[in-house]
Structures are given as C-alpha cells and as structure tokens.
Design a protein around this ligand. Sequence first.
Ligand code: PLP
Length: 284
Amino acid sequence: RIAYVNGRFLPHSHAEVHVEDRGYQFADGVYEVVLVQNGVMVDEMPHLDRLDRSLDELRIAHPMSRGALRSVMRELVRLNRIRNGLVYMQVTRGVAKRDHPFPKNAKPSIVLTAKRISMPSQETVENGVKVITIRDIRWERCDIKSVSLLPNILGKQEARENGAFEAWQVDADGNVTEGTSSNAWIVTQDGELVTRPATNDILNGITRLSILKLAERQGLKYVERAFSVDEAKKAREAFASSATAFVTPVTQIDDVVIGNGKAGTLSRGLRDSYMEYAAGEGAT
Ligand code: PLP
C-alpha cells in the first residue's frame, strides 16, 4: 500500500508524521472520506467543499489547491489499484512545540490513504442491521468534520459490544441526532421520510444531501425535523446513511424490531436510486 504525506507518495509502512503534529497531540485537524466506486470518486466536489468549510471554521490553512488535491487522490487510487474502496484525507494545523494557542508559523500537514472496502452483504441489505441508542456526549460543533472522535469511537465500540452496526446518539430532549459515523433516518407510519435538519448538532452528510436530492426528484414526502427515540421505535422503516454505508436499512433499535424486521420498501428504493446515482451523475 502507498500513502501520501506532505508532498510525497510513500510505502504505507513509512508514512509518518512528526510526534508534535497538532493532530496527534490535540486532535487539531479535520478529515474527509470519499467513496471510490468502479474506480471513480463519488460526490467528490461536495466532499471537497465540506473539507474547505471544516478548515475555514477552524482557521486551518488550506495545504494545497483543489486541483492539486484531486490529482493526489487520483494518483493514490491508481497506485493502490482501488476499484471499490475509499480515499481518506486528513489535514491538521501542523507541527509545532506543544502549546494550546494556534502556532505562528506552522504549515498544515496533509495525509491521504486509500483502501479497498467490500460492499455490504445481500443479507445486510435485505435484513437490515441493529442500532443501539446512547446519550450524545459530543460538543456543539458536530457540523465540523474534526478528527476529534472520542465520543464517536466509544459509541461505536458500545454498539459492537452489543452486536449492533451503529449507535444512534440521543440529545437531552430525547431526540436522535445521528449515528457515530452516519446520519439517521426514519419513515413514519404515514410514509413520511424524516431526518434531522443540518444544524451544528450533526455532520451534514454528503450522502444525506444526495438522498434528499433524490427524494425531492422522486416526489417523495420528506421533512427535515428532529425525531425522538420513541418515534423511531414506532417507525415503519429506518436507515442509516454515509459515504461507505450508502443507505443501510435499520431493522432493530435497541430491543425493538422495526416494521416486519426486513428492510423497508422505501429504504430499498432509496438505496437502489442512490447506488444508481453514485455510478452515474455522482461519479467523477
Ligand atoms: N455523521 C457522522 C458523525 C459521520 O462521521 C459521518 C461520516 O463519516 C456521517 C454522518 C455521514 O457523512 P457522509 O455521508 O458525508 O459520509
């Protein structure tokens, strides 16, 4: 495997950053994950727009132009012979003597890796997955795709230890914010598609935005509003979305089976249209 570190393509085993990189010491950095399908990037521009936004919100300098970054992404996919997988990119505030305030002269560090991923099994697509619910203990800027992910990894670990695919985080009002690495959706008994609005409480998923666009085009009834855990447990359907999980049907929330325990009709339809979009219009 080959990785990219600050201007150089290196063997994965030699891809290193300095011990005083602020990403390592303070989680002072941001990241993006772009899906590669059939050798091409999916929703690349919106992901790069979100990277720029995350950097700007934290006042981290942009390490390179968009054109240069796109070339690096392509070269990495080529060097690693990825047909189906992902590109991971991370930008931190750079290397400086450890001190909390922003350093004066640090240059941002940029690292990219790529790996293959396999598609979810037919079993997952048909029978869906389980999610558990946990308290959302994150901060008030979940809209920034920061590498500071301790609450997310603790939540995902709890999910794994409970035989679940994902943990849906719940705010103080009893409403679901999102998963630890995906957005949360339900379909009400009235057939309305619901997902939480993109405020600072959630990461505005690029997959989420594409699904909303597809729902709009198909004339589906949808609304962006908060929904409670109770409402989710009474829903007709539920699913999770992310660049690497696409649309993953959810058929169990804690101990409650959703619908008839099989992936719902609307979820399956949206999954199919998203996959079609990813292979066509969304591909670059
Ligand atoms: N929410 C969180 C907390 C995430 O980490 C992610 C992706 O990793 C998402 C939502 C989904 O975002 P996207 O669809 O852009 O992958």
